[in-house]
Design a protein around this ligand. Structure first.
Ligand code: SDX
Length: 427
């Protein structure tokens, strides 16, 4: 006998099925509640509401656990390449050598951009935020590959659409950066996903560019740490947009826009801007902690807190260690790192943060590494998008394969009740 939950509304009892996931998580299935009772549930921000079942990523916020397809983030960050993890997320299993080689071959084959995309890029002012450029160019891929608009593509065509997106996003990101600097575009190479990106970002058309293996390794780790995170804001956006049978490109473009927000992926840029402000203000971390606690002050401690992790974000722990290693290996002494460490130490001892389970999240240290790698602050969220891409693809694919219905939440109306039209002369 499967478990049920009982709901009593206006004296009437309703039995609702309870489902249990492979990790023992339980949910009350309310999909038939309105039909049976005329009543809906409400949960602003979906803090207590599951939108779907998924076999891609498991996280336990209380225990600080994060796994992709059952593999721990710690093991993947330590042992895998980003493309291995991308393959795992999208296809469900770690690839054999031949499968990974084929995956990488196909992505490399599609990593160049249609020459006319340069015209679109050149139309952006140099001051354009690269997340806006990224979202726009990704949507423009539907114009260059109109077959992507077909919601019933066969598996081979769907794979090609995925190879194109995995291959082209780093090129779009790098060319957006080069365009903003008035630098010539560097064409993509087959020298490795991270190495290729760094070469397109910082290379020269007329001389060799040697990728620092420390930088490439740090980038590989950062991309893995950002690759998926179950039903976060941007991933939920990708799934909801895709549920209307919009193309993968349009769905991911919407995800990029959602990620851009400073409360989500945009936090890594906001963290550095915050640390810089504290540095300019004489490093007065106590003043900024007080601002973060002051309800009359809109200031939040960026990089702190998380919707799900009410313990340390396991990714933040890994990034914090990588941060020390990368800065030491590169010989970078970044004063904001010390401010970050001081801020973290004071916040973790402060009852306001303790009582609300506010810990450093993935964005708290990542910006410091990106800066050490030579990236401009407004590119940090672009790096988050490059990492999150395989997760978005995997989640979009799963939603379509499951034949999920179009996402369309209900509401409770609180506006004016019926009233008659008022002619202009009587208003
Ligand atoms: C990401 O969902 C994901 O998985 C996201 C992500 C991913 O991989 O996709 O992990 C990536 O987006 C990480 C989060 C990056 N954002 C930030 O660092 C921005 C700063 N953090 C917050 O704004 C906030 O913590 C959120 C948005 C991350 C979570 O917000 P919630 O879950 O809606 O929590 P809340 O806003 O209801 O806050 C609960 C309490 C409130 O105080 P009270 O009303 O209870 O008195 O905690 C306070 C908040 O004011 N609070 C903070 C705070 N975060 C929450 N106070 C000061 N500084 C903060 N950063």
């Amino acid at each position: 006998m499967s478990e049920t939950a009982e709901l009593i509304i206006d004296g009437k009892k309703y039995e609702l099925p309870v489902i249990e996931g492979s990790e023992g998580e339980k949910a009350v299935n309310i999909s038939k509640l309105r039909g049976a009772s005329g009543v809906v549930t409400i949960d602003p921000g979906f803090k207590n509401t599951g939108s779907t079942t998924s076999a891609i990523t498991f996280l336990d916020g209380e225990k600080g656990i994060l796994r992709y397809r059952g593999y721990s983030i710690e093991e993947l960050a330590e042992n895998a390449s980003f493309l291995e993890v991308a393959y795992l997320l999208i296809n469900g299993e770690l690839p054999k050598k031949s499968e990974l080689d084929h995956f990488e071959f196909k992505i490399n084959k599609h990593n160049n951009l249609h020459e006319e995309i340069k015209e679109i890029l050149n139309g952006f002012p140099s001051t354009a935020h690269p997340m806006g450029t990224l979202a726009s160019i990704v949507t423009s891929l539907t114009a260059f590959y109109p077959e992507s608009l077909d919601p019933n593509l066969n598996p081979e065509e769907t794979d090609k659409m995925i190879y194109r997106l995995m291959g082209k996003l780093p090129t779009i990101a790098a060319w957006s950066y080069r365009n903003s600097k008035g630098k010539p575009y560097i064409y993509p190479s087959d020298n490795g996903y991270c190495e290729n990106f760094l070469q397109m970002m910082f290379g020269h058309p007329n001389k060799d560019y040697n990728v620092d293996p420390v930088v490439a390794d740090a980038l590989n780790k950062l991309l893995i740490l950002h690759a998926d995170h179950e039903q976060n804001c941007s991933t939920s956006t990708v799934r909801v947009v895709g549920s209307s049978h919009a193309s993968l490109y349009s769905s991911v473009s919407a995800g990029i826009s959602a990620l851009w927000g400073p409360l989500h992926g945009g936090a890594n840029q906001a963290v550095i801007e915050m640390l810089e402000a504290i540095k300019e203000d004489g490093g007065d971390t106590k003043k900024y902690l007080a601002k973060a606690k002051d309800k009359s002050d809109p200031f939040r401690l960026m990089g702190f807190g998380h919707r799900v992790y009410k313990n340390f974000d396991p990714r933040a722990k890994i990034i914090k260690v990588a941060c020390d290693n990368v800065l030491e290996k590169l010989g970078v002494n970044d004063p904001v790192l010390e401010i970050a460490k001081g801020l973290e130490e004071e916040a973790l001892k402060d009852s306001y943060f303790q009582d609300r389970n506010l810990y450093p999240n993935v964005d708290f240290y990542s910006g410091i590494i990106y800066r050490a790698l030579g990236l401009k602050t407004d590119l940090f969220t672009v790096m988050f998008a490059l990492g999150r891409l395989p997760g978005w693809i995997a989640q979009w694919k799963e939603m379509r394969a499951n034949g999920e219905p179009i996402g369309r939440p209900r509401q409770i109306y609180t506006g004016e009740t019926l009233r008659s039209f008022v002619p202009m002369e009587k208003r």
